[in-house]
Design a protein. Structure first.
Length: 430
């Protein structure tokens, strides 16, 4: 495979992460990162997030939409999308940057939010945190502030391997605010820190110790008197055995037999050398057996360690499978709970709508009844007023008629009086 293949894979993964991070539904779910793996059946995409149910969506609609977008926009073959929950989200820079941004959007003061975030990250085990916030923070002039806690590597291999960096932006009323978060993982190994190794065989007493070789005849004359003395001096450490083996070889080379051993003459030094050679050979054989036993024990220990490592790997695989199954079960349970909640909410909303419709119908009926009553009362009032007016008119007419009759009667009376007066005057004249 050429270098361009891996470059194109990294470019594609970066584009997909940016696409998913800009999606508001996935961003609210605590999206952290993705892993793309090529399989014989197609591409396997693993999304790491906090809230798995929000990424899956109602009846899996959201995850179906993501698979369709990955296949149509980015050309992935048969993408199989999986969702995994983050073990420690406090150590993921992207999640913490989104949290800080949401707090600032909701109205929290940026200094208070940044200091609380640093305390939380350091408490979760991080070696260091660094937060940069820039933009129109408290005035019309833009500026930047930095908040630090612990140790964060700035350059070199530790900064590339152990520092997680994320950037987030938001548009507020006063302008754009940018946030950069750097988190140094607790597993970081720095070059200036000492490294402690265990003993070769797990015990300090069994470790090899440097020794001084035994010095020939002078040492044998002073320290060695009998074979028992030789054995006690040699068994003190394993390193002295090698020196005694070399000495035995020298003594054997020095003690070449002559043709006639019976006629040979020996000095006191030669007798001492003959006495020493036998126990040295026995000690060398014991040393060889001890070395073989140690080698066998070391091999057995190595085998036990390998078996333990295999058992640990199997347990880790089983735990990973159990976690995956648990996450799937949790996701399914959450999806079912959400479906049930949505159903209950829909039923409640339908009931509320029915009740509201009934209340509205009753209110409308009451209003109609009240309006009809008012109209009837108005009509009755109008009729009563008309009747009262008619009665008043009739009374007025009767009163006018009575007044006319009275006036006529008075006029008749006056006329009669005048006629009587005239008649009386005529009678007086006659």
């Amino acid at each position: 495979m050429s270098l361009n293949y891996f470059v194109n894979i990294n470019k594609q993964s970066l584009r997909i992460t940016e696409h998913l991070a800009n999606d508001p539904s996935i961003r609210r779910a605590g999206f952290a990162k993705i892993n793309i793996l090529k399989t014989p059946l197609g591409h396997r995409v693993v999304i790491h997030a906090i809230r798995l149910g929000m990424i899956i969506g109602k009846a899996g609609r959201n995850i179906k939409r993501i698979t369709e977008e990955l296949e149509s926009i980015y050309g992935l073959e048969n993408p199989q999308v999986e969702v995994k929950e983050l073990e420690n989200p406090d150590l993921v820079a992207r999640v913490q940057a989104d949290k800080l941004l949401s707090q600032i959007e909701r109205g929290f003061h940026f200094r208070r939010a940044a200091h609380s975030l640093i305390r939380r990250i350091i408490a979760s085990g991080a070696r260091g945190v660094e937060i940069h916030i820039s933009g129109k923070l408290s005035s019309q002039r833009s500026r930047s502030e930095a908040f630090r806690g612990g140790f964060v590597a700035k350059a070199g291999l530790p900064a590339q391997r152990f520092v997680d960096t994320a950037v987030a932006h938001s548009i507020l009323k006063q302008g754009v605010i940018g946030i950069r978060v750097k988190i140094m993982s607790p597993e970081a190994d720095l070059p200036d820190e000492p490294i402690f190794f265990e003993a070769p065989f797990g015990d300090e007493n069994t470790a090899l110790v440097p020794f001084a070789p035994i010095s020939g005849k002078m040492e044998s004359q002073e320290t060695v008197g009998t074979p028992s003395n030789i054995e006690t001096t040699v068994d003190s450490s394993d390193g002295e055995l090698e020196g005694l083996e070399s000495e035995s070889v020298d003594t054997q080379e020095a003690e070449k037999p002559t043709e006639d051993l019976e006629n040979a003459t020996f000095t006191e030094d030669d007798q001492v050398e003959e006495d020493i050679s036998k126990p040295v050979e026995e000690i060398s054989s014991e040393a060889e057996t001890k070395a073989k036993v140690k080698e066998e024990k070391a091999k057995e220990k190595a085998k036990v360690k390998e078996e333990k490592a295999k058992v640990k790997e199997e347990k880790a695989k089983e735990k990973a499978k159990e976690k995956e199954e648990k996450t799937k079960v949790k996701a399914e349970e959450k999806a079912k709970e959400k479906e049930e909640k949505t159903k209950v909410k829909a039923e409640e909303k339908a009931k509320e709508k029915e009740e509201k419709a009934k209340v509205k119908a009753e209110e409308k009926a009451k209003e109609k009844e009240e309006k009809a009553k008012e109209k009837a009362e108005e009509k009755a009032k109008e009729k009563a007023e008309e009747k009262a007016k008619e009665k008043a008119e009739v009374k007025e007419e009767k009163a006018e008629e009575k007044a006319k009759e009275k006036a006529e009667e008075k006029a008749k009376e006056k006329a009669e009086e005048k006629a009587e007066e005239k008649a009386e005057e005529k009678a007086e004249e006659n």
